[in-house]
Design a protein around this ligand. Structure first.
Ligand code: CA
Ligand code: CA
Length: 202
């Protein structure tokens, strides 16, 4: 333990991040190495351009994002509103959503649900759809995601009927949009841990 702790000394907020995210010291170290590789100008922050290098296949950083059809949205999720760079602690906190759920750990150090709880994972996924952040997935937002995933124009009839059916099935209060509660209910049977994972962490 002693040696791994001392090698964390140059990493910003390492101990706090271990507490908050449940990542091990070894994980944090590995993530920091990735971060430093991406941080080409060594300013301690990644811009969208740098983070997009995650998607260059031969970079061998996080290939899962490159293969994910909504990879751009996931990359955008690293940035707080109005910010165009992300520092190491924020980078790690976003990635913490992709850790397997740890049922022994129900609260983080500030008393919140941990990032890798099923609820927070679903919240993260929901926000990838709810691009205007009004707390609902509208028909247009759903169409937009389907279009990106399937690579079809949003005028396509099949695409529209898929969106229509999804809304009909999920929209319990019939306001023509999917709330977070409705989204959660819809995904009750989906193994969110399986869907939201990044291989290099394991
Ligand atoms: Ca919305
Ligand atoms: Ca609804």
């Amino acid at each position: 333990m002693g040696s791994s702790n001392s090698s964390l000394q140059h990493i910003p907020n390492a101990q706090e991040l271990i507490q908050d995210t449940g990542f091990s010291a070894a994980h944090i170290q590995r993530l920091y190495e990735r971060f430093e590789l991406l941080d080409r100008d060594q300013m301690g922050r990644l811009s969208v351009t740098y983070l997009s290098d995650l998607r260059v296949p031969d970079f061998e950083a996080i290939p899962e994002l490159a293969m994910n059809p909504i990879g751009d949205r996931i990359i955008a999720a690293f940035f707080s509103p109005g910010k165009d760079t992300v520092d190491f602690p924020s980078f790690v906190r976003v990635l913490a959503h992709f850790q397997p759920t740890d049922s022994n750990r129900t609260r983080d150090s500030s008393g919140q649900e941990p990032y890798n709880s099923p609820n927070r994972k679903l919240r993260f996924a929901f926000q990838l759809y709810d691009q205007d952040g009004d707390g609902k997935i509208s028909r247009a937002e759903l169409l937009q995601v389907l279009q990106e995933m399937l690579g079809m124009p949003d005028t396509d009839e099949l695409l529209q009927s898929v969106a229509e059916r999804a809304i009909q099935e999920a929209d319990l209060d019939q306001d023509d949009a999917i709330s977070f509660e409705e989204f959660k209910k819809c995904l009750e049977k989906v193994d969110i841990d399986q869907k939201m994972r990044i291989g290099f962490l394991s």
